[in-house]
Design a binder for this molecule. Sequence first.
Ligand code: NAP
Ligand code: F7E
Length: 341
Amino acid sequence: MARRALITGITGQDGSYLAEHLLDQGYDVWGLVRGQANPRVSRVRKLLQDVQLVRGDLLDQGSLISAVERVQPDEVYNLGAISFVPMSWEQAELTAEVTGMGVLRMLEAIRVCSGITSSRAAGSGQIRFYQASSSEMFGQVRETPQNERTPFHPRSPYGVAKAYGHFLTQNYRESYGMFAVSGILFNHESPRRGAEFVTRKVSLGAARIKLGLASELRLGNLSARRDWGYAGDYVQAMRLMLQADAPEDYVIGTGRTQSVRELVVAAFEAAGLDWERYVVADQALHRPAEVDLLCADPKKARVQLGWEPSVPFEDLVAMMVESDIKLLSDGGDPDQDSSWP
Ligand code: NAP
Ligand code: F7E
């Protein structure tokens, strides 16, 4: 019988790529969607026609229990979150509730539906759980590159909420014997990336300028460095973690680091433009506390899972710029959620 997966965050970047990957692998895929009339659901219906939808919200314990009871999943991927770091300062409590407490509610739904108590641990045939942890937990980094043993020093309410979810996942594994793991994923991008994140802001900015639709691009801190990879590669690592013999956490990244300035140079070059004529550095876009440098050490994933990234940074940036030039040339509106390449 086909394995059955439940994905929270199905309307997001990773949810879409993971659903496609699991469908390719022969899974029955279910996506949790929230809200009465969520406009982002239409793009899931359009792009992921074989995904079945179930209503639920990470803020609502009962809805998660109902979703798990209805779907009877073999695997749960918890990708739902408030994931935009600047928003986590503006709505810190909501971020704690969704990105942090949401993990507790999802783990509790699995525990309750599986009949696991402190005296009755999870057995074979248990639901396997994946938590979307983040390199933002490393924050002000204690060493470079960062691996599974590097201590955390989060720099935003988002990073703090993710650290809570990370430790809780570890704790449910230790307390109840659940197959619960975290992937500590470094930044990963694609043509489906939200327009508020820097890679997509830059690829859209370069595309708009190329097509004469804009004359400048305002950015914040150009010196911050990130380890950027391709989202399509990273969702494969999520599935591999849940197929492993033992539940363990893994760092997923490329092992290369680039600055925002290098991102801008690559994107404008891909569009055939001189970036210095168009990019304006804006102090108002700097964050209250910045994560200056991230660089992964993905050796454990390579050795134990056989996972490797396949798209180099320059190709990723070119892919995003080309996709946005096409999207805008075809009259698509990146702010309209129905246009998802
Ligand atoms: P994304 O595009 O921002 O998607 C976030 C998803 O969370 C959306 O589907 C959103 O649904 C859902 N969500 C928000 N509030 C919710 C709630 N109350 N209940 C249920 N779902 C809710 O994020 P992404 O880039 O795909 O990332 C996926 C996960 O990986 C996130 O947890 C993120 O924090 C984490 N992560 C991402 C990266 C990265 O570089 N992309 C790196 C490390 C970790 P709506 O459409 O209903 O708003
Ligand atoms: O910023 C700098 C900014 O918003 C990257 C999320 O998926 O990855 C993502 O978090 C860097 C930061 O991603 C602008 O200051 C400069 O240093 O694309 P971002 P993020 O904050 O790294 C992690 C792993 C996650 O888990 C998160 O969910 O770029 N930057 N100028 C800018 N950033 C933005 N957004 N906009 C600018 O204008």
